[in-house]
Design a protein around this ligand. Structure first.
Ligand code: ACO
Length: 323
């Protein structure tokens, strides 16, 4: 069987760091409140004129270099983003052009914070069907541009950044000892669309709009949904929390991460947490966290890595892979 194997990872953060203390100058909040409720200590913000495609392009370059792969060998680019440069064309096409790639196909995928998990799942299907050989999967966001600085309940939570992986088709045996994506499970349920959304768009207000969230409602659903799709991953592979080397969840909130890990009996030392440094970067949070753990030597070839995310829609999903 064909497997989608991660052969490189990369990331990019804008230069500007915004600490919790910096935010107290523009909004009525405190470092203590933000840390206690979310675990966030700082986030990064793109400069004016620095777009999602610029962040995504730099992350893609880093991943290609890490993979030792020429950009011309890429035949599919999927960019997960909720903050595209423009309504159209797709940000992935801008990145494709920046990379000097003029063959193959590039498209964006919109599943908010679950975007990277959805994009990996889609890329895996392309590879397993023999429709793509080398795929660049990018999560890139400039969420700072969707924030209403008059709403302290949301504007302290999010940041900007990008991460990417390169997937390559490799022949495997079909059992869980293979490298590559072993199973993935994605879900959505639009009954929850009012709980986390942006109040603008081309078809409704002809403005970009601002992020709106019922934080408590999101929190209430998050852990259950995450647990469900991870249970699906365990059921599909016969693996358990014991078999995992690393758990790399979407980085929205330390309390959600810790509660999910606890409920699933995943040991705290296996959990990769970067929400303290990056804030919630939506579709970029998982590849950013992956790259931190790859660069500091935690994630190594052959390790079993579990990814999960949940976000607006709601959308949610998991990917279980062997690095
Ligand atoms: N600074 C200081 N005080 C604040 C702030 C702030 N930034 N924001 C809200 N408060 C105040 C509120 O006004 C309220 O004051 P009051 O009691 O006097 O009315 C008090 O803090 C408590 O507010 P709550 O909204 O009840 O706070 P809660 O404990 O629910 O925490 C939070 C809010 C952190 C947003 C929480 O609900 C949460 O983590 N939800 C999950 C949402 C999430 O992470 N979403 C990310 C996107 S979705 C995803 O990626 C999965």
């Amino acid at each position: 069987v064909l497997r989608s194997v991660v052969v490189g990872s990369g990331s990019y953060l804008p230069k500007k760091v915004v600490t919790n203390d910096d935010l107290t100058k523009v909004v009525d909040t405190s470092d203590e409140w933000i840390r206690q409720r979310t675990g966030i200590e700082q986030r990064y913000n793109a400069e004016e004129g620095e777009y999602t495609s610029h962040l995504g392009y730099n992350a893609a370059l880093d991943a290609l270099e890490n993979a030792g792969m020429d950009a011309q060998d890429i035949d599919l680019i999927i960019c997960a983003t909720t903050t595209p440069d423009n309504t159209f064309p797709a940000t992935s096409v801008a990145i494709q052009n920046m990379l000097g790639i003029h063959h193959g196909v590039a498209f964006d995928l919109q599943a908010v914070c679950s975007g990277f998990v959805f994009a990996l799942t889609t890329a895996d299907l392309y590879i397993r069907c023999g429709k793509a050989k080398n795929v660049l999967v990018i999560g890139a966001e400039t969420f700072s541009r969707l924030l209403d600085l008059n709403d302290r309940t949301t504007c302290v939570l999010f940041g900007d950044g990008a991460g990417a992986v390169v997937l390559t088709a490799e022949e495997g045996t079909g059992d869980v000892s293979d490298r590559g994506i072993l199973t993935s499970h994605i879900r959505s349920d639009g009954r929850h669309k009012e709980k986390l959304f942006v109040d603008g768009g081309p078809s409704t207000t002809q403005t970009t709009g601002y992020l709106r969230m019922q934080g408590k409602e999101v929190f209430k659903h998050a852990v259950g949904m995450i647990t469900d799709v991870i249970t699906d991953a365990f059921d599909a592979t016969g693996m358990t929390a014991e078999d995992l080397d690393w758990f790399v969840p979407h980085q929205a909130n330390k309390r959600i991460i810790d509660s999910s890990a606890k409920k699933l009996h995943i040991a705290p030392e296996k959990v990769v947490t970067t929400v303290n440094l990056h804030g919630n970067t939506s579709a970029a949070s998982i590849p950013l966290a992956l790259n931190v753990a790859v660069n500091d030597g935690r994630i190594k070839k052959g390790d079993v890595v579990l990814l999960e995310a949940m976000g607006g829609g709601f959308t949610w999903g998991s990917v279980l892979l062997r690095w």
